[in-house]
Design a protein around this ligand. Structure first.
Ligand code: ADP
Ligand code: MG
Length: 569
């Protein structure tokens, strides 16, 4: 038996609670969405786990959520008959935040005194949002398969501590009892609750039930004195899985709410793509692009991928087998009719069905991004600014789609004269000189350095646009992109000056002449620099600066050399 125990919250939880209550207060009704969302997840998990555990459903197989209120006690209860939690689950899920990088992120927010719902929302506020409206939260939960007396209670005032205790619970699942703050009694009103559920939870496939509204047909004194009133319930949401509905049937707001449910993102998505495919392969995919990068986007190992269903049964979150790492910003649902219900991560790994679903998902995802790039230029800029550096990884990671990915890239260039990355390779090609046959680019540590590089002098003089790259991964990523639309890409800091058709005979002659005339000078410089350089040459590259360093064609670039050095190589 586990006796009553008091535990203290992990520091991160305390910080989160503090920040959240302040920053989300104006949007407090979302707590209900979060709790319903969790109940729906719990139902999904039960359906899946029950495939391997015959006893999990027992005689209680109609999964649902019930929302009830008690005006006298001032409580609002959200009850589900989903998977429930064991004592360990409770300890792990309600009291800690497991996400790596959380501590730093919260520290930063706390320091900057930022109470910005967008920032905190990147986080997925989840269960803890209950404390926006409640001064005490009680969780009573019994895991599927556990005995009646092996249930657990968790109680907290959200002030740094919580208690757990072993209890009796007659039915499976989780009950969240909110003791509402005095000023939050509006959440005891059925009409208020129904309107919130309609707004946020129509897309949840699980029925959400509330007590039938008494229209006052029968007044108090008409009732028999000893009549026991058994409350009747009715379903108050649409309760069909959103992705199974016809596109024309789903409102934008529903798509948006569904996104929040599956992504745990607080912001609206940028766009989505919903597709039902029948025939040789049968699946439905609903993919989203977020507007805001999560705080841990840089982490290539963070959970990513789609929520996987097989024939409507939830299989797993973050199924990463269906999207490559560079598309880790894409969220969504994939529902396959071809995979077996008992599929595991290991089986997914080497299944041919997975492979073909993956290429289909990648195609959809890239298609969706291309569409935004083409039709919603401003939105695309938002997307690029958040996720551009991640998308670039695709040049290296996705050989088959390299040209597509390259078409999505945006850069700063000498043409726009701005640090903002807005120029596409197609834009560049459109502006190329008639005699020009290469796309010229320059990689530097930062924009200021790039802009004032002496290497640009000759290009400026001749009015040739040069793409300026300053992202950490540019050098590496560009190593994979030799050509775009049949045009070679040329780093202007590498090799002999090569202006293709743009070089004039005069320039060449001038260089030859100078090389002859200044051979003494060249020799002196070479002697002086010795082993430090492999050659010293006269060049037409510069018009203002006296000299610059150039790397060998095919050799390691200066930028790369610096990166290797920084990495201790
Ligand atoms: P998230 O839903 O993003 O995982 P939450 O803070 O909403 O984060 O919930 C934390 C965890 O608590 C969930 O992942 C789940 O394991 C557990 N949990 C919350 N509510 C329920 C519930 N109604 N039934 C079962 N488990 C739950
Ligand atoms: Mg949640």
């Amino acid at each position: 038996t586990i006796k009553k125990e008091t535990h203290s919250f992990q520091t991160e939880v305390k910080q989160l609670l503090n920040l959240m209550i302040h920053s989300l207060y104006s949007n407090k009704e979302i707590f209900l969405r979060e709790l319903i969302s969790n109940a729906a997840d719990a139902a999904d998990k039960l359906r899946f786990e029950a495939l391997n555990h015959d006893n999990y459903f027992g005689n209680d197989s109609e999964l649902k959520i019930r929302i009830t209120t008690d005006k006298e006690a001032g409580t609002l209860t959200i009850a589900d008959n989903g998977i429930g939690m064991t004592h360990d689950d409770v300890m792990n899920n309600l009291g800690t935040i497991a996400k790596s990088g959380t501590a730093e992120f919260l520290q930063k927010l706390t320091k900057e005194q930022k109470s910005d719902s967008n920032l905190i929302g990147q986080f997925g506020v989840g269960f803890y949002s209950a404390f926006i409206v409640a001064d005490e939260v009680e969780v009573r939960t019994r895991h599927a398969g556990a005995a009646e007396e092996d249930a657990v209670s968790w109680v907290s005032k959200g002030e740094g501590e919580f208690t757990t205790e072993q209890i009796n619970k007659s039915d499976r699942g989780t009950e969240i009892i909110l003791h509402l703050k005095e000023e939050e009694t509006e959440f005891l009103e059925p009409w208020r609750l129904r309107s919130i559920i309609g707004k946020y939870s129509d897309h949840i496939s699980l029925p959400v039930e509330m007590e039938k509204m008494d229209m006052g047909a029968e007044s108090e004194d008409e009732k028999e004195a000893d009549e026991v009133v058994v409350p009747e319930f009715e379903v108050v949401n649409k309760a069909t899985a959103l992705w199974t509905r016809a596109k024309s049937d789903v409102k934008d707001e529903e798509y948006q709410e569904f996104y929040k449910h599956i992504s745990h993102d607080f912001n609206e998505p940028l766009t989505w793509s919903h597709n039902k495919v029948e025939g040789k392969q049968e699946y439905t995919s609903l993919l989203y692009l977020p507007k805001k990068a999560p705080f841990d986007l840089g982490n290539r190992d963070k959970p990513r991928g789609v929520k996987l269903y097989v024939q409507r049964v939830f299989i797993m979150d973050d199924a990463e087998q269906f999207l490559p790492i560079y598309l880790r910003m894409v969220r969504g649902v994939l529902d396959s009719n071809d995979l077996p219900l008992n599929v595991s991560r290991e089986i997914l790994q080497d299944s041919a069905t997975t492979q073909s679903l993956k290429s289909a998902c990648v195609k959809r995802a890239l298609g969706m991004i291309e569409k935004v790039a083409k039709n919603q230029k401003e939105d695309y800029q938002v997307f690029w600014d958040e996720f551009g550096s991640v998308l670039k990884e695709g040049l290296a990671e996705d050989y088959a789609n390299r040209e597509k990915v390259a078409g999505l890239l945006r850069f700063s260039s000498t043409h726009t004269d701005s640090e903002k990355q807005t120029v596409s390779l197609a834009d560049y090609i459109e502006r190329m000189k008639p005699e020009q046959d290469k796309i010229y680019y320059l990689v530097a540590d930062n924009y200021a350095t790039a802009k004032s590089s002496p290497h640009l002098e000759i290009y400026r003089k001749k009015g040739i646009e040069v793409i300026l790259m300053t992202d950490r991964i540019d050098e590496w990523a560009m190593g994979y992109l030799n050509e775009f639309d049949g045009k070679k890409l040329q780093a202007i800091t590498q090799g002999d000056l090569d202006l293709g058709g743009l070089e004039s005979e005069e320039d060449k002659k001038a260089v030859e002449k100078a090389t002859e005339e200044k051979s003494d000078l060249i020799k002196k410089v070479k002697d002086y620099l010795g082993e430090k350089v492999s050659d010293v040459k006269i060049s037409a590259r510069l018009s203002e600066s006296p000299a610059c360093v150039v790397s060998n064609d095919g050799g390691m670039s200066l930028q790369m050399a610096r990166m290797m050095k920084a990495a201790g190589q």
